[in-house]
Ligand binder design. Structure first.
Ligand code: C2O
Ligand code: CU
Ligand code: CU
Length: 494
């Protein structure tokens, strides 16, 4: 923990920091209160923001919610964000999915004490997509996100704009998070604490008993008879959703973590693991006025996600429970129908399959009461030889979700910082009920690896050198050390 205090509040930054940015924001993390349920206000931690320079709509506040403002950026913008930590513990913000210089990535070694600031400078080089931001301090990410620190970061670009996708009131943003709420309306979080029960919660991931959408339980939204773009983030610490529409309408997926697919695809269900996003079209043009459509998570056996230990789950809403997330009441008003084009986006050269890429094997294992990546636990400043890559290099990572000798395995959503990679193949777990809803065609930064499954992904590393993270996005696993650095060395022109 002492490392945090050594990090200077203002780091020298590479590139353009002396010139003026296109967008300058201030983002403050501080304690606050929201009225979530009837009765006492809920104490939360939340991000609030201000636009200091650039388009006023760079930030959209979430009235009445603990969620941070939606940050809207455009590809090519130079951005400066002053993060003000007004918590009474160290923190740092990570821009999940963005390719940024390492000093702007929110690594825990850069965390600043409460009362101090950290200034980020980066250029938006990502394609249009649904990204998000959340804190990333050492061993406290789970607790801080759970208290309310998270928000969406949406990037637009010319290619996306040319499609004329539903926007404004035709765009629905849905952040899914589960919380355990006590009798006094306060968030309960025992993971990371002392004692056997807390340890089990940490090893299995902390599940709430109420699912909040945009910080509210079961919101009911009025909708028109038109096409909606629904952008969904699983911002939960550990819950995996198997999403579907209540009326059996297939899920039309147009994008994932890293932006638009080349072509839309339809599935019956969509598996969304912690950290992942989905971009979906919902056409209500033919729905009857007065009808209701719900976004649901369908039930699946808890075994599908696996767990360790014999102790009974303590959440009243176990992993795999059926949940109604959000309800939409269709009005009589007819709005714009969006005709899905054949092609949504041009192929991205970076994601072309490369058969010559070296393969790195990364077993995900439970050993000595700990989750490990390739046999190792987190070390703040260290990256091993096999975790060191040249800028712009391409590798195949083979994520092997092995059971330990006791037969214990869990589903792990593995996330790489700063990269959108490509899932090449999966083997094992074909009959797992969560397999049905995978959408592997899309560039992604987080991939769910089921118990007994091996996932091969192809990743081309950033051109920015430095120290970046990869980890399990079950935040309790991350905090207990299922996280490692990878180091990108000097520039390689490729
Ligand atoms: Cu969204 Cu390192 O995390
Ligand atoms: Cu990330
Ligand atoms: Cu995990």
């Amino acid at each position: 923990m002492g490392l945090a205090s050594l990090a200077p509040a203002l780091k020298p930054l590479s590139g353009f920091q002396t010139s003026s940015p296109d967008v300058e924001l201030e983002l403050t993390a501080a304690p606050g209160e929201v009225n979530l349920l009837p009765g006492a206000a809920t104490r939360v931690w939340r991000f609030t923001g201000r636009v200091l320079r650039g388009p006023a709509n760079s930030l959209e506040t979430n009235e009445g919610s603990y969620l941070g403002p939606v940050i809207r950026l455009r590809r090519g913008q130079r951005v400066r964000i002053r993060f003000r930590n007004r918590l009474n513990e160290p923190s740092i913000v990570h821009w999940h999915g963005l390719d940024v210089p390492d000093v702007a990535d929110g690594h825990p070694r850069l965390a600043v004490e409460g009362g101090r600031d950290y200034v980020y400078d980066f250029e938006v080089i990502n394609r249009a997509g649904t990204y998000w931001y959340h804190p990333h301090p050492h061993m406290r990410t789970g607790a801080q996100v759970y208290q309310g620190l998270a928000g969406l970061l949406l990037v637009s670009d010319a290619e996306e704009e040319a499609l004329g996708l539903p926007s404004g009131s035709g765009e629905l943003l849905c952040v899914l998070q589960d919380r355990r709420i006590d009798a006094r309306n306060q968030f309960e979080y025992a993971a990371g604490g002392m004692g056997m029960a807390a340890m089990m919660q940490t090893m299995n991931g902390w599940l709430g008993d109420t699912v909040l959408v945009n910080g509210r339980p079961l919101p009911v939204t009025g909708v028109d008879r038109r096409t909606y773009r629904v952008r969904i983030l699983n911002g939960s610490n550990a819950r995996i959703y198997k999403l579907a529409w209540s009326d059996g309408t297939p899920v039309t997926i147009i994008g994932g973590d890293g932006g638009l697919l080349e072509r839309a695809r339809t599935t019956r269900t969509l598996t969304l693991a912690p950290g992942q996003r989905a971009d979906v079209l919902l056409d209500l043009s033919a729905h009857a006025a007065g009808s209701t459509v719900e976004l649901r998570s369908l039930t699946y056996p808890a075994d599908a996600a696996g767990r360790v230990g014999m102790m009974a789950e303590t959440s009243r809403l176990p992993q795999g429970a059926a949940i109604t997330l959000m309800s939409m009441k269709v009005s009589g008003t007819v709005g714009a129908h969006f005709r899905l084009p054949d092609r949504l986006s041009a192929p991205v050269p970076l994601w072309a399959i490369r058969t010559d890429a070296p393969v790195r094997r990364v077993p995900l294992v439970f050993r000595q009461m700990n989750w490990l990546l390739a046999g190792r636990t987190f070390e703040m400043e260290t990256a091993a030889a096999d975790e060191t890559v040249a800028a712009g290099a391409t590798q195949v990572w083979e994520l092997v979700n092995e059971a330990n000798p006791m037969g214990m395995a869990m589903a792990h959503p593995i996330h790489l910082h700063g990269r959108q990679f490509r899932v090449l193949s999966r083997s094992g777990a074909e009959t797992n009920p969560l397999s049905e809803g995978f959408s592997d065609g899309a560039p992604t930064d987080t991939v769910l690896v089921l118990p007994g499954q091996t996932v091969r992904l192809q990743v081309t590393f950033s051109q920015y050198p430095g120290l970046y993270l990869y980890h399990c996005h079950i935040l309790e696993h991350e905090d207990m050390g299922m996280m490692r650095n990878f180091r990108i060395t000097g520039r390689r022109l490729s």
